[in-house]
Design a protein around this ligand. Structure first.
Ligand SMILES: Cc1cc2nc3c(=O)[nH]c(=O)nc-3n(C[C@H](O)[C@H](O)[C@H](O)COP(=O)(O)OP(=O)(O)OC[C@H]3O[C@@H](n4cnc5c(N)ncnc54)[C@H](O)[C@@H]3O)c2cc1C
Length: 416
């Protein structure tokens, strides 16, 4: 069934009897060509591109909870391609290009909104760093504009310009960045994969791997053993726990990141802003709530909720940047588990076990990576070679000294 405006009108006039479930609810088969562990954004995107781009459709996505219950439905929805380093920026630029055509591609409204991201700067040194980052972005085919303080004031006059401890000196504007409705991304990819024959198995936890003579033969699950030629782990914040079952110790720590939403307001903020002198960033959802977040909770945890000191820190950051926030009421907050790698950059790689692959280490920036992560992981699974924009995301890069130490992307979570 193709979704379209015409279909909505037709269903409205005929009592909404023609809609079908967005994906099937199958029982697992005995074996698959590829079993993907984790029905988050990355796992579902991988399944979708495996089927669509490589014709590999005998695929299962095994999810312990429900589609969209992990970080893909918990993040603050920001997408961008504003990285500095060569190991990263071409990957994130591919991701942004995929976002730009995604809704047509998978025929689902994910509310991709390129409303622009403005990274504020508060010192001359920060302006220099922003200029350098902007130049690197442009060299890699992205877009960047350096604004002076009057340029920022023209966009967001309500920011704290004059009476501030950290006066605003300008900002790096990335116009193609923006927001996407996060859970719709999971649903769109799930639907697209399901339509092409992928089995999405919810409420099924992977509890172990069957590995014999150095080869992974499949996964043990709460619904029994499922055989596979290739097993692809894609469980984000649970990466260390899952890969431990295959005897692997990863350069990843799990930390909580919180997010917040205010009561609904009239339109006030039409883009995304990030504070350069504290941990605070903010956008306004289409429902009117201000969606904002800040820093990690700073201790290892698998709890999907955070604690009050960081709530206070984020509110302080918000008040320092937008004093009028003091009159807004908070509606709710939540947390997700971040798979923080030790250089802030991800992994898309084979493991030392034949037939076992790993995708993770997305830190607090993996939502924007969803399309490219799925695209490159599918490429790796289908061809056994890394995609050209993901060649740096190797598991052995710490041993070899090839870290991709991207400042501001989560490097050194323990020292943040
Ligand atoms: C508060 C917050 C704000 C964020 N903001 C942004 C942002 O603005 N922009 C951005 O780019 N990124 C952001 N992120 C990061 C981003 O959400 C994550 O990096 C990304 O979603 C991780 O990939 P995923 O979607 O595949 O993860 P998930 O949705 O977490 O998927 C992993 C899945 O694996 C499943 N799983 C785990 N263990 C097992 C098992 N044993 N068996 C079967 N299934 C299992 C889990 O249930 C889960 O559904 C934010 C994250 C949080 C928490």
């Amino acid at each position: 069934m193709r979704y379209s405006g015409l279909k909505v009108i037709k269903e409205a006039l005929t009592g909404h009897k023609g809609w079908r479930p967005t994906w099937r609810d199958p029982e697992p088969k005995k074996s698959y060509d590829v079993v993907i562990i984790g029905g988050g954004g990355h796992g579902l995107a991988t399944a979708y591109y495996l089927a669509k781009e490589h014709g590999i459709t005998n695929v299962a996505v095994i999810e312990k909870g429900w589609i969209g219950g992990g970080n893909v439905g918990r993040n603050t929805t920001i997408i961008r391609s504003n990285y500095l380093l060569d190991g990263n920026e071409p990957f994130y630029e591919l991701s942004l290009k995929l976002w730009e055509g995604l809704e047509q591609d998978f025929n689902y409204n994910a509310m991709v909104s390129q409303r622009g991201i403005l990274n504020l700067v508060h010192s001359d040194a920060q302006r220099d760093a922003a200029r350098r980052r902007g130049n690197a972005m442009i060299l890699n085919g992205s877009d960047a504009e350096l604004l002076d303080v009057e340029g920022v004031r023209a966009m967001y006059p309500f920011l704290n310009f004059n009476n501030a401890r950290f006066p605003i000196k300008g900002g790096l504007l990335h116009r193609r960045g923006g927001t996407v409705r996060h859970d719709a991304v999971a649903w769109g990819y799930a639907r697209g994969a399901d339509l092409r024959g992928v089995d999405i198995i919810q409420n099924c936890e992977v509890t172990g791997f069957r590995i014999e003579n150095g080869k992974c033969l499949g996964v043990e699950t709460t619904k029994g053993f499922i055989g596979a030629n290739k097993v692809a782990s894609c469980v984000a914040g649970s990466s260390s726990r899952v890969m431990e079952k295959a005897g692997m110790r990863l350069p990843i720590e799990s930390h909580v990141l919180q997010a917040f939403v205010s009561e609904g307001l009239k339109p006030v903020l039409d883009g995304v802003i990030t504070f350069g002198a504290g941990h605070f960033y903010c956008s306004q959802s289409d429902k009117g709530g201000l969606v904002f977040g800040g820093d990690l909770d700073m201790y290892n945890s698998y709890a999907q909720r955070g604690n009050l000191p960081v709530v206070e820190d984020v509110m302080e950051g918000g008040m320092a940047l937008i004093p009028s926030l003091g009159r807004v009421r908070m509606l709710r907050s939540w947390g997700g588990i971040m798979d923080m790698s030790m250089d802030g950059s991800p992994f898309i790689d084979k493991t030392h076990v034949d037939g076992l692959y790993f995708n993770g280490g997305w830190c607090y920036g993996g939502f924007k990576a969803t399309p490219a992560s799925g695209w490159c992981y599918a490429h790796l699974l289908a061809t056994d070679t890394p995609h050209k924009v993901a060649t740096a995301y190797r598991l052995d890069r710490f041993r070899k000294g090839c870290m991709i130490d991207e400042k501001g992307q989560g490097a050194q979570p323990n020292l943040h």
